[in-house]
Write a protein that binds this ligand. Structure first.
Ligand code: IMO
Ligand code: MG
Length: 430
């Protein structure tokens, strides 16, 4: 029996929420292992819509254990807020169904402010972040000055840690010509939220290892997408964590053997929020139409997503960097009714043809996509629940995608409703 890790195979917003929710029914434990509340995962269950940012998608189902791993950056106020919002929707979250790694790094108000400050400034590169403080918090983690969840349980030694953190941040503040942060205010911010988050604290590495040994099924829920990975993505236009499947182990405290089947989620076209290269981006009515039909607005920030054709070269690359065993292809129905559909199959750069995405920022900005054009289909794929329900040309499109990316389509999702799914292979059956 394999554990399953779900990762985005593009730039995020691939429809991971629905697939994770659908898989979580078969899982005992659902684990977040990177990112933070920059994620926006929408679940539609029995007509009821749940929007999650930080909590693992398993929390909305009874008898599932949800775990926030050490690889996540945790805004304690965002956690408390999300728990409250879910309570209003009738979902109760207690230590029984949620545990948070004691060694998870905290996002503080100073991180949110710094993130927003950099994004609004004229200096430096604007990334188009979610302004949630994700990047600055990971910087402090790597800089060995972060406050971690367990530090809230030891308020006596907290002032010393806050001072160390502020030595760095106040130097930055002075550089920006801004007022310095007061250690007392930061201490109070932390002390006041501590009782709301400490009840969930646990040694997650040990808990997960016990669960694994007891034969429980673990689902690792990735956020963002492989092209936003800090190493393998379109650097510097990336998020600040590793989003590839290998991070599931590191970010939860298990060995690489604990991660079984890797399911990559990809949209039948491509979207991106924020700045950065996007070779198959469309600036015409077709792009507008895809955005409208696909309701391509961010869950977290409400921003309009950039839209374009499916880029098989990019997904083929993420199939390799994440070791993807199978793909869940989502939102195929958005392509219903197009006369012709294009797929990016390579790039042209300075007179040369490339079958991969080059690593340098300059080259990434300059590549021109090479397209293959396919006939579209006039019938509808929306809500299809078997291959027999699909127009022949739609099947052809899926088959061509598989061929080009070098991975099979294990799951085909045909609407936001969880049952509108065609299953070729159950990831939990390895
Ligand atoms: P889900 O899990 C899409 C993007 C931001 C920005 C870059 C860095 O819903 O797929 P950050 O705030 O992380 O420092 O921003 O990453 N980004 C996402 N794009 N979906 C997400 O999450 C994203 N999380 C971050 O737009 O370009
Ligand atoms: Mg999103």
């Amino acid at each position: 029996m394999a554990n399953v890790v779900v990762v985005g195979a593009q730039w995020g917003d691939e429809g991971k929420g629905k697939i994770v929710d659908w898989l979580s029914e078969q899982a005992d434990v659902v684990v977040r292992f990177q990112g933070g509340h920059n994620a926006g995962h929408t679940l539609v269950i029995g007509g009821k819509v749940y929007k999650l940012s930080l909590l693992p998608s398993g929390v909305v189902r009874p008898n599932k254990l949800s775990v926030i791993g050490n690889g996540v950056v945790l805004d304690p106020y965002a956690l408390a807020g999300e728990v409250e919002r879910l309570a209003e929707q009738g979902v109760s979250i207690t230590r029984e169904n949620l545990r948070v790694a004691e060694n998870a790094t905290l996002i503080l108000s100073i991180h949110r402010e710094l993130d927003a400050l950099r994004e609004s400034g004229s200096a430096g590169t604007k990334i188009g972040t979610t302004k949630r403080g994700i990047g600055p918090a990971y910087e402090d983690k790597a800089g060995r000055r972060a406050i971690r969840l367990m530090d809230l349980a030891d308020l006596g030694s907290l002032p010393e840690k806050v001072d160390r953190l502020l030595t760095h941040h106040n130097a930055l503040r002075r550089g920006f010509g801004l007022e310095e942060f007061s250690p007392k205010a930061i201490y109070e911010e932390l002390a006041s939220v501590a009782p709301k988050v400490l009840p969930y604290m646990d040694a997650v590495w040990r808990l997960l290892d016990d669960e694994r040994r007891a034969g429980k099924r673990i689902l690792f829920e990735g956020a963002q997408g492989a092209l936003l990975d800090v190493d393998h993505g379109t650097y510097p236009f990336v998020t600040s964590s590793n989003t590839v499947a290998g991070q599931a182990a590191t970010g939860s405290g298990l060995g690489p053997g604990a991660v079984g089947y890797v399911l990559g989620i990809a949209k039948a076209y491509t979207t991106r929020v924020g700045e950065g290269p996007f070779p198959t981006e469309l600036f015409d009515e077709t792009g507008e139409l895809i955005g409208q039909k696909g309701k391509e607005f961010g869950v977290v920030t409400g921003r309009k997503r950039r839209c374009g054709w499916f880029d098989a070269t990019l997904v083929r690359q993420t199939v390799r960097t994440s070791g993807i065993d199978g793909i869940a292809l989502t939102k195929l129905d958005i392509l219903d009714g197009f006369k012709t559909i294009k797929i990016g199959v390579g790039y042209r750069l300075d007179g040369e043809t490339l079958d991969y995405f080059p690593a340098s920022q300059g080259a990434q900005a300059r590549v021109e996509p090479i397209y293959e054009e396919m006939e579209g289909w006039s019938g509808s794929t929306a809500g299809a629940r078997s291959w027999a329900d699909l127009p022949a040309q739609a099947i052809k499109y899926v088959r061509r995608v598989e061929e080009l990316i070098g991975a099979p389509v294990a799951v085909l999702s045909t609407s936001p409703e969880r049952d509108d799914t065609i299953l070729m292979k159950n990831p939990f059956e390895g």
